[in-house]
Structure formats: C-alpha cells, structure tokens
Design a binder for this molecule. Structure first.
Ligand code: GLA
Ligand code: GLA
Length: 678
C-alpha cells in the first residue's frame, strides 16, 4: 500500500537499540503501592521486558480535578523504568474520562440506539463527536506531551486505547450533528443523498439536512444505506479523534512516533483499519483468540492482515494474553507452549514487538481474573517462567527485527465494507458470516501448506498469481474494473456466493447476479437459494455445501463447470465454475464449503493457477510457513513433534532438527530473495 502523502510513515519508536524485538506489556502501577514498583522493575529485568505501555487508564490519577494535576507519581515511575532500561510507550490517558468530568459534563456520554445514556462505571464512556470531550482530552494530551517531551524513557505515543473498543457506535445528538456534516461532505446535495439512500422507498425523502438522524431504533428494518453510511461515519468519527490527539502530539513532540492499538481480531468489526493504517506512524494491534478448532488459524489470519495493513513493514503486537482472558463466557487457560507459539506467530507475520495485557495481574477490579505476565501466584509460577523463557527466545531472534514480510504468491482479499454490508439485516440469510468465510479459505491454504497474504482490497493485487475474494459483496464500478484488469493481465481470481451484488450505495447491480462480476465470471444467477440450518447439499466433487446456494447458469462458453450440485434444490446445476480469460481466470464458488471442502477445491484452483506449496510434502498442512526477509518461520500446527531436517537453513537459537509440538522454528536461509514490499 502506498503511504498517504505528507505522512511520516513509517516512524518507528525511538529505540536506541533498533535491532531487537520489543517485549513488554501494559503497565498499570497506579493500581499498586509504591514498594511494588521496585519489585516490578526487577522482575521486568529478569523477564527481559524492554518496553511498557503506561498511563492508559490514568486520567483520574493524573488530573484528579479539572484544574488539579498530579504528575509526581508518573515522573517517578518514568524515571524508575528508564533507570532499568525499560522504554515507555506513553498513553495519552484519554480512554476513561474521570468522574469529575462526566459529572460536570454528562453530555459527553454516549447514547445507544434506543436513546439510553451509556453511564460511567466502566471505561470509554465518551462520544467521539462531543466538542467538550475533545477539549478536555486534548488538554490532557497536551499536558502529558509538554511534561514528558524530553523524558529519555519516552519512545512512542499511544493515543487513547483501542479506539471504538467499547464506544464504536454513538447515536447522541452530537453524533446526529456530526453525521449530517459528514453526509454533506460526502454527497454535497440532499438530492444526491436521497438518490444514494433510495429514499423513495418507504417515504423517506429528506427536504432538510436537519431531518437526518443516526439509525436509531425504528419500527422495522432501517434504511440499509443509512446504516452503511453510519458505519463509515462512526469509523471516521473515531479516526478524527485519533487525528486530533495526534496533531497535538506532533506539535509538541515532532520526533516521537504516534500509534494507537487496533483490534484486528475475530469479532471486532466497527473500524475500517484499511483506512486507518496510514494515520499512524507504525501499526499496532491487539489480539485475543477465540476458542475453537480454528483459534490459531484466526490468530495467524489477523497477524497476516495486520502486517499487510502495515504495507509489509514491521508492526507492534501491543496486547495479547499470556493465558486465560476474563471477558469470554468461558475463559480457557493456554496449554504448554501456546503462549510462545502465539507470540512467535505474530513475529512470523511481521511483529517486531510482543506485548501483553498486562504486566502484573490486578488484585481487584473488573480484570482481576485476566492473565498477565506476572500472575497472582507471583514470580514462582509456570506463567512467569514461560514469560522469562519467551524473553530469552526473543533475544535469540533479535536479528529478525526490522525485516519486512515477503509477499506470497496468493492472497485473500479482506474488505470492511463488504463485511459490514453483507451482514446487514433483511438479507437472504442472517447466517452469513463474512470473516468466517475468509478464515475458512485461509485454513484451506494452511492445510495445503501454501502461504497466502490477507490483504485489504486496495492493496496492490497484481503481485498475486491467485486472489481469493470471498463474499466480496460491495463492488463499485472501479473495483470491478480493477478485478477485470487483474484477470486480463493473467491473474486468477476466485470469488464466492453473495459477491459483486451491490455498488458503494448498497444498490443492487441489475440484470442478474453477481452483477458487477457477472461477465467476468461468465455466469448469471436469477435467484439466490439459501439453505435452512438443517439443509446441506452434496457436490459431485465429494464436498458438501451449507448456508447458501445459487441457481447458476453458465453464459460464456469459456466457463467450465468444475463441480455440480448432486443433490438438494439445485441438482445438476453448476456449483463451482471457472472462466478462462487469456492466461488468467475467474472462478466462482456458489455455496459454503467450510475448511475441509475448500481445501479440496483450492487444491485444484491453486494448481490451475500454478501456485504450489514451498514446503516439503510431508510438512504441508502440519506446518505453517511465514517468511520475513531471509527468515523462514515454521509453526507446528499439530500436537506432535515434526522432523524439519529436510528444510534448508540455519536455525536461530538453540534449535534441533525437531520441531516441538506447537513449536516455532526460525531458519536463516542462505538465499536471500527480494524482500522489498512497497
Ligand atoms: C483490551 C484492552 C485492555 C484490556 C484487554 C483485556 O485489549 O485494551 O485494556 O481490557 O482488552 O483482554
Ligand atoms: C408486509 C408489508 C409490505 C412488505 C411485505 C414484505 O406485507 O405490508 O409493505 O413489507 O410485508 O413481506
């Protein structure tokens, strides 16, 4: 991805020793008495911690009243950390407004779609469009920047925290005002907005901007374009807050890198990070796993996507967990080796920092059962020993720091707007899950031992020989042109059910589905035929479809039917098609096949596209391969030891030819292929 003009991409934390991997955590010393701080920094040194994120939830401690400031404790801990060689990623501390502020200005509190106030008592109870919140947040940001501008521990700024994590959607009157301004900028005239929102439907024509509201709770299905624009607006409103804090920081400390921690992980969908990535000097991500058979594949998928949001450059893993969480219904503890494997998988996909939430497990408060680097049990614990081992492993891998990811031959396209829109209400099926479909394809690639990048839709697609675009639902004309150009130039495109259906306004492309991609695919669909939960359909290639089918007609003689429905409502009709276009092709999969079925289908499609695994046959599916510069990361996907002696390269650290269960080996390869990733 090209960085935005005038943006200082990529400024990296001012780390004097650039050739190391950062290792650390969120550190919340305000939760502990002073003497614990000394024990903390000693234990950090034992573990090899070299960075902490400080002050994330410290607003009330730093500014206990509107005109009272207390920096003494923060000065002291900054000095103490610096004296122990630990750098500070200093938060702007604006994530959780203090009680004096919400009492003085309850109008900064978010409002839900029912008009109910979201009260203080937890965190992130602020609306991004509140001018009063903005004023107080920037005052705090400036005070911190001015106080610590020359502090030697300061290595980076951490804006707020997980922007939108708990306050992604606000339906307040401030939001309504800001939404109208946003719409005015987008559409210019009410006529254009009325057309885009198709307001002739259900008598929704607007005759004045002031009539427009956020999509608050209504009698039945809300206008879908209003919903889509509100999602776009809400992502932009939080981005605007990031920019506002950032501009204060750039003004006071022009040489310090600024980031904020993204949430590229399973359920988190509200922010369009493809659009956010150019707003930070370096990309930082938080990742927590969701239990299940694809838990580790999902971690890899997220790390891979994060890396590609960062344009292949190194990024920061700002948070993950040493073991159990506290916010899932059941919080499963990690097994032996899992923490290291999870950490090193992020490194394999370009992370130059491995950080956790949090350093010392809280004794009280809402997160007291969330694991940490230093658990309730203290230093004499399995977790702390594993943490210390991980610190040593990261020191062994220091030379990896700064290397860029090597692009794969294949990619999966990930598009936030398709994610948002495909899962709207009042659709053919409410069971469709955009990210799950993309993840299933990713698992299929892993099963075949083929490296695949996960890339935002505006990434340079031409570098990939094979491009899978699952449920690419929103296809504006320009994107259809890009995809046509990609195929015409010899690329192999694969797409699925419910792709190419609508334009950027969520208006259906007419004359048969999949509208924008119909001619490229050489097929035509008159009607969707989703399946009930009990239904499944067999295909004649031995796979089984669920969730969805289409009534596919082949229209172009160059379109080959790769599989047909053998049973179910579409018996005999094409299920999977592929249209040859010069040396390229465009393939279509009309049902949900899941990881096992997709592995069968992808093996065929990849082979036709000339994409093969780089791994020895016996390791395919068992080992995940990721490549940074000259380094091959081999990640054991199984619970068995694996012999990796037939993979070339010198193993970093104290490795042998055996890859332990859940182990990760890093091999320095003799041949150094091109590593640039612009
Ligand atoms: C998020 C937040 C942290 C903490 C963790 C717990 O990532 O940023 O403050 O709440 O979740 O998993
Ligand atoms: C009702 C309404 C119609 C339409 C249909 C859709 O009958 O009167 O306007 O919404 O439902 O099923």
């Amino acid at each position: 991805m090209q960085p935005q003009q005038n943006h200082r991409w990529l400024r990296w934390p001012s780390d004097p020793s650039r050739s190391r991997l950062a290792f650390g955590a969120d550190y919340n010393p305000e939760q502990w008495p002073r003497h614990i701080w000394d024990a903390d920094v000693r234990a950090m040194q034992v573990a090899g911690v070299n960075i902490v994120s400080l002050g994330i939830f410290s607003w009330a401690r730093i500014q206990p009243q509107v005109d009272v400031w207390d920096f003494g404790w923060l000065d002291e801990i900054m000095d103490l950390l610096h004296a122990h060689g630990i750098a500070v990623d200093l938060a702007t501390a604006t994530a959780s407004p203090p009680p004096w502020l919400t009492t003085m200005h309850p109008e900064i509190l978010p409002v839900d779609g029912d008009g109910r106030t979201i009260w203080p008592g937890a965190r992130q109870h602020w609306r991004p469009t509140s001018p009063i919140f903005r004023l107080h947040a920037l005052r705090l940001t400036r005070a911190l920047a001015e106080r610590y501008r020359d502090h030697p521990a300061l290595t980076a700024w951490h804006v707020n925290n997980e922007l939108g994590g708990d306050n992604a959607y606000d339906y307040s009157d401030d939001a309504a005002t800001a939404f109208r301004d946003w719409l005015r900028r987008r559409y210019g005239t009410l006529d254009a907005l009325n057309r885009a929102w198709a307001t002739t439907f259900w008598s929704q024509q607007y005759s004045d901007w002031a009539q427009i509201l956020p999509p608050r709770r209504a009698t039945t299905h809300l206008n879908p374009t209003q919903q889509l624009d509100f999602k776009r607006f809400s992502s932009d409103a939080l981005k605007d807050h990031l920019r506002a804090e950032r501009s204060v920081l750039y003004e006071v400390t022009p040489d310090i890198a600024v980031t904020t921690n993204f949430m590229v992980m399973g359920w988190s969908k509200a922010l369009n990070y493809a659009d956010w990535a150019a707003e930070v000097d370096f990309v930082a991500n938080d990742h927590y796993t969701t239990p299940g058979p694809q838990a580790h594949d999902e971690l890899s998928f997220s790390a891979n996507l994060t890396s590609n949001l960062a344009g292949g450059r190194p990024w920061y893993l700002m948070e993950h967990s040493t073991s159990a969480l506290n916010w899932q219904p059941i919080n499963v503890a990690k097994g032996p080796g899992e923490m290291a494997r999870d950490s090193l998988t992020h490194v394999a996909h370009g992370a130059d920092a491995v950080c956790f939430f949090q350093w010392r497990q809280s004794a009280a408060g809402a997160e007291k059962y969330h694991s940490a680097m230093l658990p309730h049990a203290g230093v004499d614990s399995t977790i702390f020993r594993a943490v210390t081992d991980l610190g040593a492993t990261l020191r062994d891998l220091a030379e990896v720091a700064g290397t860029t990811r090597r692009p794969s031959g294949a990619a999966i396209v990930f598009d936030w707007e398709s994610w948002w829109t495909a899962e709207h209400d009042a659709h053919p099926s409410d069971r469709l899950r955009y990210r799950q479909e993309a993840l299933d394809w990713y698992t299929a690639f892993l099963e075949l031992g083929i490296r695949a990048d996960v890339v935002p839709v505006d990434a340079p697609l031409h570098r990939y020989g094979l491009l899978v675009a699952p449920i690419l639902h929103v296809v504006p004309g320009a994107l259809a042109d890009r995809l046509r150009g990609y195929v015409a130039d010899g690329g192999h495109l694969v797409t699925t059910y419910f792709s190419g259906i609508v334009d950027e306004h969520d208006h259906v492309w007419l004359d048969g589905y999949p509208g924008a991609l119909r001619d490229l695919l050489g097929i035509r669909i008159e009607e969707f035929a989703p399946l009930s939960d009990e239904q499944s359909v067999e295909l004649d290639n031995g796979t089984v479809g669920t969730l969805w089918t289409d009534r596919v007609d082949v229209k172009d003689p160059a379109t080959e039917v790769l599989a047909r429905y053998r049973q179910g409502g579409q018996t005999g009709r094409p299920a999977i098609t592929r249209r040859a276009v010069g040396s390229g092709s465009a393939a279509y999969v009309s049902t949900r096949l899941g990881p096992a079925g997709l592995t069968v289908v992808l093996a065929d499609l990849a082979q036709r596209a000339g994409i093969d695994s780089e791994l020895p046959p016996d390791l395919r599916g068992r080992v995940e391969l990721a490549v940074r510069g000259p380094y091959w990361f081999l990640i054991n996907r199984t619970g068995q030891p694996l012999d990796i002696s037939n993979v070339d390269g010198e193993r970093l650290g104290s490795g042998t030819a055996v890859l332990a269960p859940r182990g990760v080996a890093v091999l320095r390869r003799a041949t150094v292929p091109g590593t640039a990733h612009e």
